[in-house]
Design a protein around this ligand. Structure first.
Ligand code: FAD
Length: 550
């Protein structure tokens, strides 16, 4: 049989993963990879860490070269070549060599489109200044690294994952960093109270935050780049990193009349086939199934890109034995200085927008036994379907063990577990690693308590003057950070002071972390009071970054 001609457009995450799997499944196929840039199969997720000096050796980021891919996998990799047109009828692609400007048609039996997504560059006045960068590949990385060798003042625009990593790494390198974010909080993938924990860490480390603000225009002078803010101020920078999001690079497919989704991504089936069954697509350029609700979602993440590439290759070479791509959750994590934070599934904000009824709880604990040296705070928020209790999303923030909890919860959501299942997840425990009741179990307990009607919760401190706010923290602590309008009755004294409370008025209990207030609520409810507990306690409701709430 004639060997299959496989043509791959884009040679990094999805494209390289596809090509490698294709070769492992078929030794005889002719596999050609077309890549516009000078590098293939490089580690884009590591780029910020080379700029900051944490990954000192640039070479480790260039995971493969055309030569190694030839010798290891017998791939014909053509860098600095751009696919510019698809002739679906003739099953060929016009490819231009960017070095000599020569073009040629390359035929395919099966075509893989893995062109990724390009950084969004808004059409602002002054945006063409050469000191304004985006970060997608090694060439961008080298430019930013060079600028950060001479410059001392950086403005990072965008507080998403890449923006935060860049802010951290530039600061790590000794630069003064200002971060502008148009949303009211960093990381829109988190709900605001969880994101505030990260913002505290950024501010604590000297990053200046401009939240809910945006750049209106840039004004380049000889030795400085003025970044003008909508709020009226001006930030002076030696250079700027724009990281305000990405847009799928699907124009090649659009021009060939492949079906695109609402936001311009390729529409693919479970086996990554586009509307043309001989053309597959994978990675940042596609939309897939949202594992939470079965709708559409586009996850611009390394894991999905790599796995989707593999699915497409399996479908071509294994036929009916290939397994479908199940969909994505958008599980993601970022480290900011000593902290890490991340998410999986839907946020509360998203659930509110969708109109879906949900329950939620936030629990504070430690990454391992509190008595074992090095215990550090860990915060976990979970969201579930109000009716069935099925998990819909989770967010975690802390100093250690964030990744482990997110991975457990991503697995739980994928397995369609409900909050009751979390109570009895048997997780690895010895004091240096976890607790006999892990924070994931605690989140399950807290959610189940709500669902069983053992406790009613509030998520904001009430403003209604009729409500009695009972602060059950120790006297010294409550005295040092008083809650306006609250009566302080430390938990150990609560049972002896019930006569001080008005039985005709509702009560909200509050503590430091949201656990003792639950204990207090249980005492009070059993004595006939109408009581609710404040979820997350002082920690989640009275942040230094949210002083208006105090
Ligand atoms: P890409 O990896 O971007 O590859 C697409 C390639 O196609 C590009 O090299 C492009 O030059 C080429 N191309 C496009 N059009 C053409 C054409 N017409 N002809 C020829 N070639 C073309 N994800 C995570 O999950 N975790 C992380 O920590 C993380 N960190 C990141 C940090 C940075 C700085 C960046 C930029 C991304 C990060 N990501 C991370 C996202 C992750 O890298 C992407 O989701 C993933 O690389 C997408 O893979 P892809 O193959 O779709 O696109």
């Amino acid at each position: 049989m004639k060997p299959l001609q496989i043509l791959v457009i884009g040679g990094v995450a999805a494209g390289a993963s596809f090509a490698a799997r294709a070769r492992r499944l078929d030794e005889s196929a002719h596999i050609t990879v077309i890549e516009r840039g000078p590098d293939v199969s490089f580690a884009n997720c590591g780029l910020p860490y080379h700029i900051g000096g944490e990954i000192p050796n640039r070479d480790v980021l260039a995971v493969q070269t055309p030569a190694t891919l030839k010798s290891l996998l017998n791939l014909d990799v053509r860098t600095r070549c751009e696919a510019i047109s698809i002739d679906r009828v003739g099953k060929r692609v016009l490819v231009r060599n960017l070095q000599n400007e020569q073009s040629e048609w390359l035929s395919y039996d099966k075509l893989m489109l893995a062109p990724g997504a390009a950084p969004v560059v808004p059409p602002l006045p002054g945006i063409e200044d050469p000191r304004i960068f985006t970060l997608r590949n090694l060439v961008d990385m080298d430019r930013i690294a060079a600028a950060s060798e001479v410059g001392m003042r950086a403005v990072v625009v965008g507080g998403g994952f890449i923006g935060l990593e860049m802010a951290e790494q530039l600061h790590h390198k000794g630069l003064s960093v200002q971060l502008v974010q148009s949303n009211p909080h960093v990381l829109v993938q988190l709900d605001s109270k969880m994101a505030i924990l990260l913002e505290d860490e950024l501010v604590h480390n000297g990053i200046k935050l401009y939240l809910g603000d945006q750049i209106t225009h840039f004004e380049g002078k000889d030795t400085v780049l003025h970044c003008h803010l909508a709020s009226g101020g001006t930030l002076d920078a030696d250079f700027v990193v724009m990281s305000i999001g990405v847009r799928p690079e699907t124009s090649l497919g659009r021009d060939a009349d492949l079906q695109l989704g609402e936001r311009g991504h390729f529409v693919v089936n479970d086996f990554m086939q586009t509307s043309d069954p001989d053309i597959y697509a994978a990675g940042d350029a596609v939309e897939t199934v949202d594992l939470v609700d079965g709708g559409k979602m586009a996850a611009a993440l390394g894991g999905p890109a790599n796995r989707q590439g593999r699915v497409a290759a399996d479908h071509i070479f294994m036929g009916k034995r290939a397994r479908p791509y199940p969909g994505s959750l958008g599980t993601a994590i970022v480290r900011v200085f000593d902290m890490a934070a991340g998410c999986t599934g839907w946020t509360e904000e998203r659930l509110k927008q969708s109109g879906r009824s949900y329950g939620t709880v936030t629990v504070n604990d430690y990454q391992h036994a509190s008595y074992y040296p090095g215990a550090r705070p860990l915060t976990l928020k979970i969201l579930w379907d109000e009716k069935s209790g099925t998990l819909l999303g989770a967010q975690a923030a802390g100093y250690d063990g964030v990744d482990k909890r997110l991975d457990v919860l991503a697995t739980a959501i994928t397995a369609r577990m409900n909050v009751e299942d979390l109570c009895h997840l048997e997780l690895a425990y010895a004091p240096p690693f976890g607790s006999a009741k892990d924070i994931v179990n605690l989140a399950g307990f807290a959610a189940t308590n709500q669902r069983d009607g053992l406790v009613s919760c509030v998520y904001e401190l009430p403003t209604d003057a009729d409500v009695q706010i009972i602060d059950v923290r120790a006297k010294a602590i409550a005295g040092a950070s008083p809650v306006p309008g609250a009566i302080n009755i430390p938990m150990p004294m609560l049972r002896d002071n019930l006569d001080k409370l008005d039985r005709n008025r509702p009560i909200v209990t509050i503590c430091a972390l949201g656990k003792t207030s639950y204990f207090a609520a249980r005492v009070l409810v059993q004595h006939g009071f109408d009581v609710k507990s404040l979820v997350g306690g002082m920690k989640m409701n009275f942040s230094s970054r949210n002083p208006s709430k105090i």
